[in-house]
Design a protein around this ligand. Sequence first.
Ligand SMILES: *[C@@H]1O[C@H](CO)[C@@H](O)[C@H](O)[C@H]1NC(C)=O
Ligand SMILES: *[C@@H]1O[C@H](CO)[C@@H](O)[C@H](O)[C@H]1NC(C)=O
Length: 353
Amino acid sequence: MEPFVFMKLSYSSSRLATFLFSVVLIGVHSVARVTLPENVIVPAVIAFGDSIVDQGANNNLTTVVKANFSPYGKDFVAGKPTGRFSNNKTPADMIVEELGIKELLPAYLDPSLDEKELLTGVSFASGGSGYDPQTPKIVGVLSCSDQLRQFKEYIGKLKHIVGEKRTQSILANSLFLVVAGSDDLANTYFTIGIRKLQYDIPSYTNLMVSSASDFIKDIYQLGARRIGVFSAPPIGCLPSQRTLGGGGLRRCAEKYNNAASLYNKKLKQQLEYLNRTLAQSRIIYLDIYNPIVAIIENPIKYGLEVVDRGCCGTGNIEVSILCNHLLPTCPDDSKYFFWDSYHPTNKGYSILC
Ligand SMILES: *[C@@H]1O[C@H](CO)[C@@H](O)[C@H](O)[C@H]1NC(C)=O
Ligand SMILES: *[C@@H]1O[C@H](CO)[C@@H](O)[C@H](O)[C@H]1NC(C)=O
């Protein structure tokens, strides 16, 4: 295996570079734009969570949460729908590319996955999943514990390929991405409402954070050290949530955003605690809430025109199977922040990254 040094980062000052810089440099207190030492090596990226980093895990599941048909993948290699919930690459792909590891992060469940790919990382994420065990259950997708089980199986395969010692070293140096929480709030809590009877927003966000924390401890126990955890986005501004909770004018649903902010505040505190208490861990809280709000409040500044609906169909509600080949798409998705009523376009992701 060639060591991968990410020289590219020395010239980059993007948010993604800043994030990668801080998550991989254990014990160095610095900011981006500083040239990375050449011995900083990230052998692999391993992703968990939901549709933001689902690379096709749901393709063979019996669920409505799928994206392996057009117009998904419209701008992907050969316009191929792969199960990624966007018109093109996901943030997980952008991150492996930025790190110089590979061009795309494959799904662990990709039937064409070859053994060598395991060494440079895979995604276990499953669209529609969440920290609340009810969230994946409602839509029949892979829960955090399913993803953890597959991760253990993956570690077994790594050991078989490169041995125990190399496996531990790969795990300790890899970048782990954990991206979940928006489906818990948007679907399970607000839209479907099954948790509203049992929990108010403060206690539901506690449940989410406690489950996120357990998950991070679990992957830490299995060898993960460099862990980037995404905040929740301003879920009230997702086009579908504007439609469902934003009134006749489809404003950002403030109550939903407040719940996301509360969750984020608690998550950040818990991550600070884990960062201090799990020896040798380097845990980073990645705020996507404030950057998305900034984009939505001032789209022109970012070269965008439409931020309140998706590019697929009317853009107000279509997502997954509701966003399909029967619908027209907008003429220029690079002017849209959202691809469907829930997920950013590739352009949107590249502004964030
Ligand atoms: C898809 O799932 C079925 C059962 O659910 C399984 O038998 C089959 O091997 C899977 N195919 C792939 C390509 O993973
Ligand atoms: C974890 O500690 C590092 C410094 O050692 C710091 O840069 C990082 O922001 C901390 N993460 C959190 C979530 O506080």
